[in-house]
Ligand binder design. Structure first.
Ligand code: KIV
Ligand code: ZN
Length: 504
């Protein structure tokens, strides 16, 4: 065991996906897993296999898409969950099962209705069963933050004897202060010694998840569980980018501790998560917020121009954010285009490059200057491919009077061309109604957001919709176009295609 290495365990695909409205489809999960591998995390929690066949399938596909990182599957301490978790990671090169049971008095009495002895028995049985699928088994004491230390020691002893190799102590409800987390982790690190790795998992309900995680590291935790952009249940989890940049920037305090994170992939990872989930980090969010590296006041700008370190403790380039990123235009050739994509972290085959270059040229005709963020969105659109049941061929719309409008669409479905039109309460409503009529599947729109991808009046619009179809859970769709209405139709069709592919 390397005592100085901090194992970065990313749970964006599991705890992050539990954020309200952050569900991702399988293609998006695979794309994100590949990016997390580039980012250099050590373990990804790919999902909760027993939750649904869709979750199981996504974990299996992720195992086939990554080869350098460990893929972990979550399971409650029950046989059927562990079986599903074990089977979902069968093909992974490096695998882990993560099983958990609550250990706080309040959870054991009211939620589990089990005595502490029965909780220990369940933990032992589930770890032993998990060991029949893989050697690497993580055990979490859910709500450890509100558990009694003496009971934690008892159950952790039993878990290690049953074969657990990592012991995770979550502050499940985000209640603890850094000094309290430090005490709990310190006690368990002393108790466990070299027999297992102690891990932290902090929630942000009181805005302290990052500070708590730092306190856990200082107290001896050698695995940190976190998510990109701090996504997660309720107020979210520890933001990965904040902790790893703190370790790097304050190496005077943390050395010899280190992570294997490839810092230049941070910005791209953050953008990908925001693009896929439609949840943008707040502008003043540390490290990845839009304003994180912007100096607005004259005094600050003057200082930075004279000597950068007057106001800058990190450089935007450190996280892979190139400033002044006006890049390409309609006269740019394929070599310049390829170089730019490589500098943004995309390595494409000749065929892929030719395909994206076509799309770039169409975009360059509609838009004078193409920025890095335009290219990132273009690439996400290109790489996250969901099976396309319906494809848009043409869209026209017109405003009638008193807010009414009509839309007409031509869609392709299984080589068949389908046309229809509908009236609506405004153009957006008319577009959605027309798509419902053509597909025969009625959607119930829950959320609609439009964002400009970069600056300028000719900026591409990125539309994100959240839709309920029949009895589905919320499905997210994205649409990208210089025409906002076309982006709207693409987003709705994207959600519809996701729904159809999930159903199949
Ligand atoms: O917050 C929590 O306790 C969890 C566990 C499943 C580890 O997410
Ligand atoms: Zn959690």
């Amino acid at each position: 065991m390397n005592k100085n290495k901090i194992i970065v365990f990313d749970t964006t695909l599991r705890d992050g996906e539990q954020s309200p409205g952050a569900s991702m489809n399988t293609a998006e999960k695979v794309e994100l897993a590949i990016q997390l591998e580039k980012l250099g995390v050590d373990v990804i929690e790919a999902g909760f296999a027993a939750a649904s066949p869709g979750d199981f399938d996504a974990i299996e596909r992720i195992c086939g898409a990554v080869s350098k990182i460990r893929v972990c599957s979550l399971a409650r301490a029950v046989e059927k969950d562990i079986k599903a978790a074990g089977e979902s990671i069968k093909s992974a090169k490096f695998k882990r099962i993560h099983t958990f049971i609550a250990t706080s008095p309040i959870h054991m009495e009211y939620k589990l209705k089990l005595s502490p002895d029965d909780v220990i028995k369940k933990a032992i049985n589930s770890i032993k069963y998990a060991k029949t699928f893989c050697d690497d088994v993580e055990f979490s004491c859910e709500d450890a933050g509100r558990s009694e230390i003496s009971f934690l020691k008892e159950i952790v002893e039993a878990a290690i004897n049953a074969g657990a190799t990592t012991i995770n102590l979550p502050d499940t409800v985000g209640y603890r202060l850094p000094s309290e987390m430090s005490y709990m982790i310190g006690e368990l690190v002393k108790f466990v010694g070299d027999r297992a790795i102690i891990s932290s998992h902090c929630h942000d309900d009181l805005g302290m998840s990052v500070a708590n995680t730092i306190a856990c590291i200082k107290a001896g935790a050698r695995q940190i569980e976190c998510t990109i952009n701090g996504l997660g249940e309720r107020a979210g989890n520890t933001a990965l980018e904040e902790v790893v940049m703190a370790i790097k920037t304050r190496s005077d305090v943390f050395a010899p501790l280190y992570t294997d994170i490839n810092f230049k992939e941070i910005y791209h990872s953050s953008r990908l998560v925001a693009t896929i989930t439609g949840i943008e980090p707040q502008p003043n969010k540390a490290i990845v917020g839009k304003n994180a590296f912007a100096h607005e006041s004259g005094i600050h700008q003057d200082g930075v121009l004279k000597h950068k370190e007057t106001y800058e403790i990190m450089r935007a380039e450190d996280i892979g954010l190139e400033k002044n990123s006006i890049v390409l235009g309609k006269h740019s050739g394929s070599h310049a285009f390829r170089d730019k994509l490589v500098s943004l972290g995309y390595n494409l085959s000749e065929d892929e490059l030719a395909n994206v270059f076509e799309k770039f040229k169409i975009l360059a005709d509609a838009k004078k200057e193409i920025f890095d963020d335009d290219l990132r969105e273009l690439m996400t659109d290109e790489l996250v491919k969901i099976p396309c049941a319906f494809e848009i061929i043409a869209l026209s719309s017109s405003e009638c009077n008193k807010g009414h409008a009509s839309a007409a669409l031509t869609l392709k479905h299984n080589d068949e061309i389908l046309k229809d039109s509908a009236l609506g309460n405004g153009v957006v409503d008319a577009i959605f109604k027309t798509i419902d009529r053509i597909s025969g599947i009625k959607g119930n729109l829950k959320d609609y957001q439009v964002r400009a991808v970069s600056q300028g009046k000719d900026a591409q619009a990125k539309v994100t919709v959240k839709v309920l179809f029949e009895n589905s859970s919320t499905i997210i769709g994205h649409g990208l176009d210089t025409d906002t209405l076309m982006a709207t139709a693409k987003a709705y069709i994207g959600a519809l295609n996701s729904y159809i592919s999930m159903k199949q």
